[in-house]
Each structure stands twice: as structure tokens, then as C-alpha cells.
Design a protein. Structure first.
Ligand SMILES: Cc1cc2nc3c(=O)[nH]c(=O)nc-3n(C[C@H](O)[C@H](O)[C@H](O)COP(=O)(O)OP(=O)(O)OC[C@H]3O[C@@H](n4cnc5c(N)ncnc54)[C@H](O)[C@@H]3O)c2cc1C
Length: 422
């Protein structure tokens, strides 16, 4: 009998898995149920419409640093389908890719629609059945060994709206993506899964009313940011916006601190080292050199090259120093205050803001529910998970889509191995 495979969610992981499944199990009946009216709607807007589909991993110090949730699982799964495999896979399907200086990988066309169109074409060509406007409201396992399981398969699938009949499947793969609200996972209730409470990740931080917001548009290339009272810290460029702080270092920090900040109502003290990894002694030396070189110059006119004049003036004021003061007038106390601000500048954050509408979910289906090798449920044979619906998420840079490709591939391979023709 033909194996009926239901994929719930037509996003990155679901569509990729569907193609991989049909490559390995051409005889299987693979159906993708998508609640929206189009497949891959989120992929279409990724990377600001350019789709940062993976990363070269060249600057990745550890998998833990890029996957704050799910690093152990990803370490294992990336051995099966890595960024190199993803790169080759997309190029083998005719999409030319480019790696930017920051190691993010995009289609050379700079158009996410090329990815959407290619995946959609491959699904159609391989005979995947696509059912859009099908929001799954329930997945019920049929009783093991009874006649219904024999004829209808292991699972019965119901849809919202009441106008669509239930459907059945032998194998179900859940790829419904991130859901920052717990209600988005209610369709899994009958399966009694452990859920790790979902909260948002990847956001900018608000410092309402603070003077620094006047410097909107200022970018500092390499800062270290952290949250007072925690060990959470992140490096990278920082962007000052009219509501507060943003840019890669802040997004990274928001990812590491997603749960902590949620628990504190997004109120926290943010510290910034404007000199990145440099410590107080190193920064003090830098300041001494500046002071020696420009003794008779006003402090506002001689400043570290990686900062701009407006930010420097702000830092001087934060340190209680008058910008028009001459370097020769800076005593030890003033120097210490300046070094302290440069390495440990403090701001109260009072909330979060979306970064270019980009966010991911921290939390979801807990990893304890599944086999790390196959992504199959430990309690329900034939039920698989892939993508952001699981408690796996990454910092920005193409790592989230890579997780979707990797998990989609592994889940498809596991299904083919276990449920394909022997
Ligand atoms: C604006 C934005 C930009 C981003 N840019 C990038 C980027 O450049 N690079 C990167 O790596 N990551 C990026 N991300 C994150 C990335 O898009 C996601 O991590 C990735 O799409 C997750 O893939 P997925 O298949 O798990 O979920 P999704 O791609 O979200 O797909 C899930 C699908 O399931 C459907 N669905 C949900 N519930 C049901 C249901 N009950 N029944 C049926 N269907 C359902 C949804 O409609 C959706 O189509 C971005 C995210 C956003 C929001």
C-alpha cells in the first residue's frame, strides 16, 4: 500500500522535507497542508526580501554561540546535512549563491522569490500534493492495532473552519514554524507533548527618552554588550536607533537573553563596551596616547577612530566631562571616569522592538519529546518534527534557515529509512 505522508506547514522545513522525501520515496503520497494561501510566505520576506539562506560558518566560534537553543541537536544533525550540503543543494537546483564579507549566504539574484519559486517548482514536479488554506486544528493518533489504523493509518488530521473533512496519514511531519503565542501549538494538544513555553527572540532594545537616541543612525563596528547581573554578553556591530539600540550585537544578546528578558518584562540594565573585547587597561592606554598627542586640543576634536564625533561627545557628557575641555586638563579622576564609560556604559532598557519585522521563537516542542537521531516522537511512532516548531532557534546570519533545511532533510531521510520500500 502507498505510504501516506502528511507534512503540516508549508514553510522552509516542510517544503524542503517534501522534496527530499519524494527524491527518496517517489512512490509515497506526500501532502503538504498549509494554513495560509501560499507556500513559503515567510521565506519570501527573509533577509529583507533577499533571503539569507545559510552562512559559511567561517566566523562561528562554537555551535552554542549561534544556536542558543538546540545546539547539541544541531551539532549532531549538521553532520548529516551541513551548510556546505545546503549550498551545494541549492546550486545543484540552478540557484547561484554568493557569500558576503560577513559570511551570510544569499542568492546572487538577491531575490528571495528565486528560492520560493525553485522550491515550489520542485515540489510540483515531484508530485507533492499541496493543500493551502488548510489550517490543522488537531492531530489524533488512531488506536494502535485496531482496524481503523489498518485502513486509515496512524493519524487522523482535522482542520479549522469545519468545512473540510478529516484526512488520514501513516506518517505525519509537523513543520509549523515558530509560534510566540502558546495558542499556536494547541493543535498538538491530543499528542500530550512537553512544550517549552514560547517567547520571542531577535529584537532591538528600547531606551525611551535617553539622550543617546538622538544619535540615531550611528553604527559602531565592534562593541561588546551585556546585561548587568548576568553572564550574557554578545559582540558585533551596534546601531543606535530613534528608540534605542539595535544591530547584530543587540540581536545576538536578545537571543541569548530571550527568556531572561521575557521574565523581567523586558526591563534590564544594558552595558556597552565601546571598545569591544578590550579591557580597562588597554582602553586607558589608548586614551593616554590620545591625550599625549593632542594635549592642547579640545577633547571633542580628538577621539578614537572607530567612534564618530557625536557619539564621542555623548560619551564625554556621560563621563561628566565638558567636550570643550583640553586634553591637558583631564586629570586622573576624569580619565578613570572616561575609561569606565568607554568600557562599561550603562543604559536602562524598558522594552523590545521588532528588527525589520524579523523575529524567531525561543521555545516550542521540547527536544525531550523526540529522538535526536531521527526527529521522530518518542511516544508516537510515525510522528516527526522539523524546523522552528521545535525548541531550536538561532541568532541572525542565515542559521535559522539552515536549521530548517537540516532538520527537514534529516526528518525526510529518517522517514524514508523507516517507512520506505524495504
Ligand atoms: C521577517 C523575517 C525575516 C527572516 N529572515 C531570515 C533570514 O534571512 N535568514 C534566516 O536564516 N532566517 C530568517 N528568519 C527566520 C526564518 O524565516 C525561520 O526560522 C524559518 O522560516 C523557519 O522555518 P520553518 O519551516 O520552521 O517555519 P516557517 O517557514 O515559518 O513555516 C511554517 C509554516 O507553517 C504554517 N502553519 C503554521 N501553523 C499551521 C497549522 N496549524 N496548519 C497548517 N499550517 C500551519 C505557516 O503558515 C507557515 O507557512 C526570518 C524571520 C522573519 C519573521
Amino acid at each position: 500500500m502507498t505510504t501516506r505522508i502528511a507534512i503540516i506547514g508549508g514553510g522552509a522545513a516542510g517544503c524542503f522535507a517534501a522534496i527530499c522525501l519524494k527524491e527518496r520515496m517517489p512512490e509515497a503520497c506526500v501532502t503538504v497542508y498549509e494554513s495560509g494561501n501560499k507556500l513559503l510566505a515567510k521565506v519570501a520576506v527573509t533577509g529583507g526580501g533577499r533571503c539569507n539562506l545559510t552562512n559559511s560558518f567561517r566566523d562561528v566560534r562554537s555551535i552554542e554561540a549561534v544556536y542558543p537553543r538546540g545546539s547539541r541537536l544541531m551539532k549532531r544533525l549538521l553532520r548529516e546535512f551541513s551548510h556546505v550540503d545546503a549550498y551545494r543543494w541549492f546550486e545543484s537546483k540552478g540557484i547561484r549563491l554568493v557569500t558576503q564579507d560577513d559570511q551570510c549566504v544569499f542568492p546572487a539574484s538577491q531575490d528571495a522569490m528565486e528560492i520560493v519559486a525553485t522550491l515550489t517548482r520542485l515540489m510540483k514536479m515531484s508530485g507533492v500534493t499541496i493543500k493551502t488554506r488548510h489550517r490543522v486544528s488537531n492531530i489524533t493518533p488512531t488506536k494502535k492495532g485496531d482496524a481503523k489504523e489498518e485502513t486509515d493509518g496512524r493519524f487522523s488530521i482535522s482542520f479549522s473552519g469545519g468545512d473540510k473533512p478529516d484526512e488520514c496519514a501513516d506518517v505525519v511531519m509537523v513543520t509549523t514554524g515558530g509560534s510566540p503565542k502558546p495558542s499556536g501549538l494547541e493543535f498538538l494538544n491530543s499528542l500530550n507533548l512537553e512544550i517549552s513555553h514560547p517567547v520571542p527572540s531577535l529584537f532591538s532594545m528600547c531606551t525611551p527618552g535617553h539622550d543617546i537616541t538622538r544619535l540615531t543612525g550611528t553604527v559602531v563596528d565592534n562593541v561588546t554588550t551585556g546585561l548587568t547581573g548576568t553572564k550574557l554578553r554578545a559582540n558585533g556591530p551596534l546601531l543606535i536607533t530613534h528608540w534605542g539600540m539595535s544591530g547584530p550585537s543587540i540581536l545576538r544578546l536578545s537571543s541569548y537573553a530571550a527568556r531572561f528578558l521575557h521574565g523581567n518584562g523586558y526591563k534590564a540594565e544594558l552595558w556597552i563596551n565601546w571598545f569591544g573585547d578590550k579591557n580597562e587597561t588597554e582602553v586607558a592606554e589608548h586614551i593616554s596616547t590620545l591625550a599625549d598627542e593632542g594635549r592642547q586640543k579640545q577633547m571633542c576634536n580628538t577621539y578614537p577612530r572607530h567612534l564618530n564625533g557625536r557619539l564621542w561627545e555623548h560619551i564625554l557628557k556621560q563621563s561628566g566631562l565638558k567636550p570643550e575641555m583640553r586634553w591637558a586638563e583631564l586629570g586622573n579622576k576624569g580619565r578613570n571616569r572616561l575609561v569606565s564609560t568607554l568600557t562599561n556604559d550603562r543604559y536602562m532598557t524598558e522594552g523590545k522592538n521588532k528588527f525589520k519585522e524579523e523575529f524567531v521563537t525561543c521555545g516550542g516542542v521540547a527536544l525531550g519529546n523526540i529522538s535526536a537521531k531521527t526527529l521522530e516522537s518518542k511516544n508516537h511512532e510515525g510522528l516527526y518534527f522539523a524546523g522552528e516548531v521545535l525548541d531550536v532557534d538561532a541568532v541572525t546570519g542565515g542559521f535559522n534557515l539552515q536549521a530548517a533545511w537540516t532538520m527537514g532533510y534529516v526528518a525526510a531521510k529518517s522517514i524514508a529509512t523507516k517507512h520506505g520500500k524495504q
